[in-house]
Every structure is written in C-alpha cells, then in structure tokens.
Write a protein that binds this ligand. Sequence first.
Ligand code: SF4
Length: 352
Amino acid sequence: MSLKFNDHLLPTLPIMECLPLDRIIGITSTIPIEVVFAAGYIPIDLNNIFVCDRLSYKMVEDAESAGLPRNTCAWIKGVHSAVWKFHIRKVISVVQGDCSNNEALMEIFQSDGVETIPFAYPHSKADRAFLHDQLLKLAVCLGVDYARAEEMKRRLDSVRAKIHEIDRLTWMDNLVTGEENHIWTVSASDLMGDYTVFDERAARFLQIAQGRTPISHDLRIGVIGIPAICEDLYSFLTSLGVHVVFNEIQRQFSMPYQTKTLVEQYSRYTYPYDVFSRVEDIQEALRLRNVNGLIHYVQSFCHRHIHDRVIRKYIHLPILTLDCDRPGPLDGAMKTRIEAFIEMMRHNAVMT
Ligand code: SF4
C-alpha cells in the first residue's frame, strides 16, 4: 500500500514477531496508552497493523469467511483478523465512546478466549469523575500505580509535542505533506508500541522537514472523519495539486491540547463524545488553517456517516462526502468525484 510506514523518515511499524507476546495489548481505538506503557505493556493499535498489512484486503475476506457479516465495517473485520494473525491474547475494549460493532467484536473475542479489558469513556465529556474512575480501574487491572500513569503522561507529552510541531509544519510552513501528517498523527494512537523509538524518529523527521522547500499547491483542503481505509487518497490529492493541511481525527489521536492531567487530556479528546465537540474543534482548526474545502471521509456501514448532516449544517465550506468500504486503491467513480470536487473548488478560488 502507499502508506509508507516503514519509510526511513516515518514511524516504523513494530515487527510483531519480535515482540514478547505476553506483553502486547491490542487496542481497537485510542485509549489512555499512558496506563499501558506505565504498566510495562506494549500497546499495539490493531487498526494500524491491519491496514498496513500487505494482505489487508484478504484479512477482510478472512473475517467474512469466519462469519462476520458482509455489511459490517471493514475496520472491524480487519481488527478481527489482526488478532488471529498476530496471536494477540489481550485486548483493551472501548465499551462506551466508540461503536456497538466494536462492542460486539469484543464479545466474539471473549467467546474465543481472548482476554478483553473494558474501558469506557463517559457519555458526556463533562463527567470527569466517571473518566477518572475508569482510568483508575484500568490502572488496577494492569497492576500499576495510577501516579505512574500520570508520570508517563508527562513523558509522552514531550513525544506528542513533536507530532504537534509536524502538524504545524504542515499547515503553517507547508513543509510536510498531508500524507506524512496523516501517518505521524494516526500513529500517535499507540506510538507504534515504543515511544522512545517514535520520539527519535520524529526528531529526525523534524530536522529534515525544516530544511525542505515549501509545498506550493494552490488549493488547501482538510480531511475530516475517521482515517480513510483506502490507500491512495493522499497521493491522488497531491497529483491534483492539493495540499491537505488538516487531518481531523488523526490530529485528535495526538492529543493536540495542552493539559495537566490524564482526566483533562481524555475529556478534551473529541472522538468518543458527541459530534458537537468535533464540530467546535473543526471550526477552530479551519479558522487557523486557511482551508478551501473539506473531504468528509465516511466508512461504509459506519454509524458516523449520519453525522454528515450535522457537519454540513455547521461548517460552511464546500464538502465532499467520500464513502469507502475496503482497503485498496480508490476506484474510478471515487476518483471522478474527487476530481470534480477539486475542479469546483479551483473554479471558486478563481472567482473570489
Ligand atoms: S468505522 Fe465506524 S463502525 Fe467501523 S469501527 Fe470505526 S466507529 Fe465502528
């Protein structure tokens, strides 16, 4: 696939076969990895190892052969196959704040003997007592003192600061491509299982990016919604002369706000909460980033597609809603829709 996670400039996917199996904890969504690292475990985002797998398309088919319905989102199917392919024995399951498909997947894992550890985001981000309680429970379950997780937050803050700088270099200085931005920010969910290596690579990337010639594409767009499963969205946009300066949910994975505690950090993270927190964050980012239009990526069979109506109500920019099912390249119809959208934006830009 075109996402070059193993490019020498980008974060490296862990070599799963080389990791101690008993220390791996699979995650299906962004969770407080500070607790996992502090407890001496290795968090591995199952979405990343699925979508970067050479056989990701087949992993979706394998899950269907194993009985998952065809009309279930492909991320769920990929995560299901990733657990079996890499012999993951322990998974942290988000039982509130992600999706019911994910909850059902956890029940499949339980029935198949995979240990699942529940974690719930509160229904409202204002319910900090609930979130604090969940963080404490997770720490107890993993056998670590909660104070050590807070210490780990401070260590990870300095790693995440580098991702925030990579993001700034994308939209402010135009030195980082939208695809590189996507890869760095999407990798923040688990810091590729090793925050020290991640930190070193991010520092090296920043040094190299700062010496580049700025990108001079005439159109700037944002990509909102969950990370796209298709492999060539960014390279196709680049071929059309478009600079992607905002990756909404991936940026959220990097915990973009300055916070003092884990409770504050995970209550400001917008993904698990209502769409209005997301809209606020998107509006704020658009004010800064000088964006001509948005692609709203929606995953086939995902309930989040319904949010499109709310997003269109509050975000007053041209928006293309792009729906995709499986891993692989964009198909002809998707490319035509993107080309027409970009053409329309270019026409608007000339007229204003
Ligand atoms: S894309 Fe939607 S349905 Fe699929 S795992 Fe994510 S939230 Fe759930």
